[in-house]
Design a protein around this ligand. Structure first.
Ligand SMILES: Cc1ncc(COP(=O)(O)O)c(C=O)c1O
Length: 358
């Protein structure tokens, strides 16, 4: 097994002559093993790990300069929106959030200052699907760098570099580590120039993960394929159950044939993942809160992608940083409930939802 190199510095042979490692912010052998592993999973040449998914996002946005603009799909993770809007805006990097489920719409938003396109597909929490290949072709005509947050799909279900994307980012915290026991981010790219810039930022800004967390992530990844198969099987059953429930209004799951971009999901993914959102008839916040506090197997918690099922309320939890008006424009209603379907017994999960929804 990969050893945990629990070291901050490395003995050097002579001044200016090291054995490949100098200082652990810059390189660490356990992190190297994980970085190579993640690159291989995404069919990429280069991997870099960060102390959180947002630290990885932060490094990517730092590829831009003051005056540049980014376009992002509109229902991205709330923290991504907050970083663009509340942090980088102050440093002169502007961002525009728009629906990209129709690829052609992108053309309307590209200007001379647009330098980055940020996609999240499936998206959080509306499970929208973006055609990665179609938007990438449009973006590349204007030399725009395409970044795909592949957290929800995991590399087991989708490899954005194969559709032309320049950079893939993950919150390793989620499916990759899989056991809700660490916080980490990762970036994979095929382009040496981009890798060199990001590696510089990883060291210069310093948001690196601990060797122990790298070991845990490597251990989690060993079962990624098994876990993802079960997440997908369970989520398909839970989505069917919710679709036929009399108190449920809408179910958002890319595996449902009437999902607006089901065909695109079918083409670019090898399965539909473990994440489902749904709304309740009448759209009352109190009804949603009752479901959220009524489940026994689904634990009420932020995050996703672990083996245990979680239930969450985007409007008050993950997406509280979006203004209510913006939330509702995106379909993120007060009664919207998000499920991270785990790998437990599917019948038990459905019985739990049945008793909580009532
Ligand atoms: C899709 C997505 N991207 C990025 C992040 C940020 O990752 P982290 O929490 O590891 O910083 C999250 C976190 O929930 C997420 O869901």
């Amino acid at each position: 097994m990969t050893p945990i190199y629990q070291t901050s510095t490395y003995v050097q042979e002579a001044p200016g002559k090291n054995k490949g490692y100098e200082y652990a912010r810059t390189q660490n052998p356990t992190r190297d093993a994980l970085q190579n592993n993640l690159a291989a999973l995404e069919n990429g040449n280069y991997g870099l790990c960060f102390s959180s998914g947002l630290a990885a996002t932060d490094a990517i946005i730092k590829l831009l300069n003051a005056g540049d603009e980014a376009i992002s799909s509109d229902d991205v993770y709330g923290g991504t929106y907050r970083l663009f809007n509340k942090v980088f805006e102050r440093f002169g990097i502007r961002s525009k959030f728009t629906s990209l489920t129709n690829a052609e719409e992108l053309k309307k938003h590209i200007g001379s200052k647009t330098k980055m396109l940020w996609l999240e597909t499936p998206s959080n929490p509306m499970m929208s699907i973006i055609d990665i290949e179609a938007v990438t072709k449009i973006a590349h005509q204007s030399d725009i760098l395409v970044v795909v947050d592949n957290t929800f799909a995991s590399p087991y279900l989708q490899n954005p570099l194969e559709f032309g994307a320049d950079i893939v980012i993950h919150s390793v915290t989620k499916y990759l580590s899989g056991h809700s026991d660490l916080v980490m981010g990762a970036i994979v790219t095929n382009q040496e120039g981009i890798y060199e810039q990001l590696k510089f930022l990883q060291n210069a800004c310093g948001a690196v993960p601990s060797p122990h967390d790298c070991f845990l992530a490597l251990r989690g990844i060993k079962t990624l394929h098994l876990r993802m198969q079960r997440h997908c099987e369970n989520a398909e059953q839970v989505a069917d159950f919710l679709e036929s429930h009399p108190k449920v209004e809408d179910v958002y799951y890319p595996g449902i044939p009437n999902h607006p971009n089901h065909e695109i999901a079918r083409n670019q993914m090898r399965g539909f993942g473990g994440m489902i959102s749904f709304t309740l008839k009448g759209n009352h916040m109190e009804d949603a809160l009752q479901v959220l506090s009524g489940t026994k197997l689904f634990s009420l918690a932020e995050s996703l992608g672990g083996v245990e099922s979680l239930i969450g309320h985007p409007a008050s939890m993950t997406h509280a940083s979006f203004p209510k008006e913006d939330r509702e424009k995106r379909g993120l209603l007060d009664s919207l409930i998000r499920l991270s379907v785990g790998i437990e017994d599917a019948e038990d999960l459905m019985a739990d939802l049945e008793q909580a929804i009532g």
